[in-house]
Write a protein that binds this ligand. Structure first.
Ligand code: NDP
Length: 408
């Protein structure tokens, strides 16, 4: 039985804490929740109490204040800190975990506030310090990164000896009824989708302009949708941990209305992260835009439809019968996610894997070699117990063999 401290009180955190509470008797005996705005923690705690009867203790914290984080960790004495705040807080929270000697988990890699750039190098650089301290940092335990990485490693363990080609297909077929909204933190989401596309091919990164490569794909439980080539952080870890990959790409669907709004916002400079002077003070246009857009955690009630996220992998089959292609995916209903936790499916598909990753760490099913510490991506762990928990806790998956490699 374990004590956990969750940081951040947005949609992803809300789902994760609800799911932890459902396992209070088996795994997460004491759940603590801290964020910048305590009232948001209290609202999640009230919902958890009403739905599950479990008490969640709440605190106010600025996770970028390392000494304050260390004090909170020492007070709560968790076996794991689950970082579901923003990527900007990854390094200060890792620093606090090192001082306090406690394990760490997140769902998104570090991103500096002043550069629209994300990569694992900053967090991988903590490996030796975590190893020496005998504690573990588990990186990227959301859906993508997270489940998509684990799907790939499951195919590599059970179906394919080597993976030559990998396509990750992320479709949100949900309709929230708003003109323009993002389904997770607007600032992070818009930084991600306006960045140049990048994919891995023959040992190097190939860069193309954002949203310039479009393919129509017929998604089960959603229907035909346009998907766009994008850069996504699991491509970096997959290229490292599946070194034989000749090509790895990430695709995400966007509706025409989303693209039109985004294009206008970009053209008028509203997505910029360069400060501009407004009434005598510096403001960042993208942060101002994020403040006026609908909050992702308010979209749950109106969002209808399904998400369908998965991986298509081609490679040499394990049974020696030549090259094969498999498609492994999860379909998640926005309405069912809302019914269960009060949050839409994008928060649900991220919060459930965060809870499962936390379960893997606190039960010791996942650890470094010989139970040791260090900084690890989910690709480095055994996919099987995680895949079992996906089936049991709301994100069931299917795998099918396709006739051949993708034709796009
Ligand atoms: P939200 O913006 O809804 O929530 C973020 C929370 O972090 C807010 O409660 C915010 O506080 C809090 N926060 C921000 N800064 C601080 C700080 N300095 N100290 C303490 N708390 C802080 O985001 P989401 O729930 O949508 O996303 C959470 C994380 O999940 C993000 O890192 C996102 O990138 C990641 N994600 C990962 C996905 C995956 O599949 N791997 C998919 C979707 C999201 P306040 O309420 O005061 O603003």
């Amino acid at each position: 039985m374990s004590t956990v401290l969750v940081i951040g009180a947005g949609g992803v955190s809300s789902v994760c804490v609800h799911k932890m509470a459902q396992l209070q008797n088996q795994i997460f005996s004491d759940i603590h929740l801290a964020s910048r705005t305590k009232s948001k923690c209290d609202a999640i705690a009230a919902s958890v109490k009403a739905r599950t009867g479990v008490d969640v203790a709440t605190y106010e914290i600025d996770a970028e204040e390392v000494p304050a984080m260390v004090n909170l960790i020492r007070k709560v004495q968790p076996s794991l800190v689950v970082n579901l705040a923003l990527p900007y807080q990854d390094l200060p929270i890792m620093d606090a975990c090192l001082v306090a000697g406690v394990n760490y988990l997140d769902t998104a890699n570090y991103e500096p506030k002043d550069q629209a750039k994300f990569e694992y190098s900053w967090q991988w650089a903590y490996h030796d310090r975590f190893k020496d301290a005998g504690i573990m940092a588990l990186l990227g335990s959301g859906f993508d990164p997270g489940v998509t990485s684990i799907f790939t490693m499951w195919l590599k363990k059970h179906k394919l000896k080597t993976i030559r080609q990998l396509d990750i297909l992320d479709c949100n077929g949900g309709d929230h009824g708003q003109h323009f909204a993002t389904n997770f933190n607007p600032e992070i989401n818009i930084r991600e989708v306006t960045a140049p596309a990048r994919h891995w091919e023959n040992g190097e990164w190939v860069e193309t302009p954002a949203m310039s490569n479009r393919v129509e794909f017929d998604f089960e439980a959603v229907g035909p949708k346009n998907m766009y080539l994008m850069y996504h952080e699991e491509l970096e870890s997959l290229a490292k941990f599946v070194p034989e990959l000749e090509r790895a790409r990430f695709w995400m669907t966007f509706g025409d209305q989303y693209i039109t709004h985004l294009t206008v916002l970009q053209n008028v400079g509203m997505t910029s992260i360069e400060p501009v002077k407004y009434q005598g003070r510096d403001i960042i246009p993208l942060q101002f835009l994020a403040a006026v857009l609908p909050k992702p955690e308010t979209l749950g009630e109106t969002t209808k439809g399904n998400t369908n996220i998965g991986c298509i992998a081609t490679g040499e089959s394990l049974d020696g019968s030549g090259e094969k292609t498999f498609y492994i995916r999860n379909i998640c209903s926005h309405e069912a996610a809302y019914e269960e936790t009060g949050n839409q499916a994008v928060s649900y598909t991220t919060g459930v894997p965060a809870m499962i990753g936390a379960a893997m760490v606190v039960t010791g099913k996942w650890s470094g070699p010989n139970g040791g510490g260090g900084v690890f991506n989910v690709e480095q762990m055994d996919p099987d117990p995680f895949m079992d928990m996906l089936n049991a806790h709301g994100l069931p998956w299917t795998v099918e063999e396709l006739g051949g490699p993708v034709e796009f």
